[in-house]
Write a protein that binds this ligand. Structure first.
Ligand SMILES: Nc1ncnc2c1ncn2[C@@H]1O[C@H](COP(=O)(O)OP(=O)(O)OP(=O)(O)O)[C@@H](O)[C@H]1O
Length: 259
């Protein structure tokens, strides 16, 4: 069975339209302001990327989206409810940045138990697990311990665990870090397939090529949203800007080139 075949009934019953709405969210840690009045949206059938340098506040924002942190100010509505709502948690898939599978469980058991924890069972659980592992190139490794996998394979296993409940909304914090080019493409294909089935996907990335290739919209974040637009709009706006590093101060400067 294809992923499309499995996911389609969920798509039909999922909330259409606006899945995530973030309105004027602020979050600080002591004196450090990580998010400053951030507003953004993700709709069903969209891949949206958060792009920004180290320390830009991407992880802080996604942790608030999956209910791990609470905004100091502002509102996050996910599937029409609060991110901490237990029903919302069952309908979303998350891959946090710092996270690994259970090292002493097999690949199959990791995916299987992630499904059980999210209330999936029986035939649906087994079929979805098999389809995901095939799609992620992990089927041959299903009996290996997660500990025996390469870093890239462990990352793909986490993606399988996040998708086992056939979520309506998926948050991935740097999903392709550590993957080789062909594994990256496999993950990209899978995300594009999920988009076609009507899922809303939010990912953080450092890679402009990844954001450009996958996204319907990109939000440039540096504490606040610096710019938001489609990849084509961003290409047009920034195509003649260059980043130059001043090695005497370590600072980077944006300069406009001549066409
Ligand atoms: N628990 C915390 N306590 C104190 N400061 C924190 C905490 N979490 C994040 N910060 C600070 O908030 C700012 C934003 O960090 P965050 O991890 O959200 O950025 P990021 O864009 O995800 O970075 P990276 O791309 O390196 O993962 C940084 O200055 C960071 O040091």
């Amino acid at each position: 069975m294809t992923l499309r075949g499995i996911f389609y009934p969920y798509f039909v019953s999922s909330v259409m339209g606006l899945l995530l709405k973030i309105s004027d969210v602020w979050k600080s840690f002591g004196n450090v302001v990580a998010n400053e009045g951030v507003s953004m949206e993700v709709r069903s059938g969209e891949i949206v990327s958060l792009l920004g340098p180290n320390g830009a506040g991407k992880t802080t924002l996604v942790m608030q989206i999956y209910g791990e942190l609470k905004p100091d100010k502002g509102k996050i509505s996910l599937l029409g409810k609060s991110p901490t709502d237990s029903l919302v948690k069952r309908r979303m898939g998350v891959i946090p940045q710092e996270c690994s599978p259970y090292s002493d469980l097999s690949v199959w058991d990791n995916v299987y138990y992630a499904g059980r924890l999210k209330g999936v069972k029986g035939h649906v659980l087994r079929t979805t697990a098999e389809t995901l592992l095939q799609r992620l190139g992990l089927w041959e490794k299903r009996n290996s311990l997660a500990d025996e996998l390469s870093g890239g394979m462990r990352r793909k296993l986490l993606i399988g665990m996040a998708l086992i409940n056939q979520p309506d909304f998926v948050v991935l914090d740097e999903p392709t870090v550590g993957l080789d080019p062909s594994s990256r493409r496999e993950v990209w294909d899978l995300l594009q397939e999920l988009r076609k089935e009507g899922k809303g996907i939010l990912l953080t990335t450092h890679y402009l090529d990844e954001a450009e290739k996958l996204s319907d919209r990109i939000y440039f974040l540096n504490r606040k949203v610096i710019y938001a637009g489609t990849p084509a709009e961003i290409k047009e706006k920034f195509s003649d800007w260059y980043e130059v590093v001043d090695y005497s101060t370590g600072k980077s400067i944006r300069v406009r080139g001549t066409r």
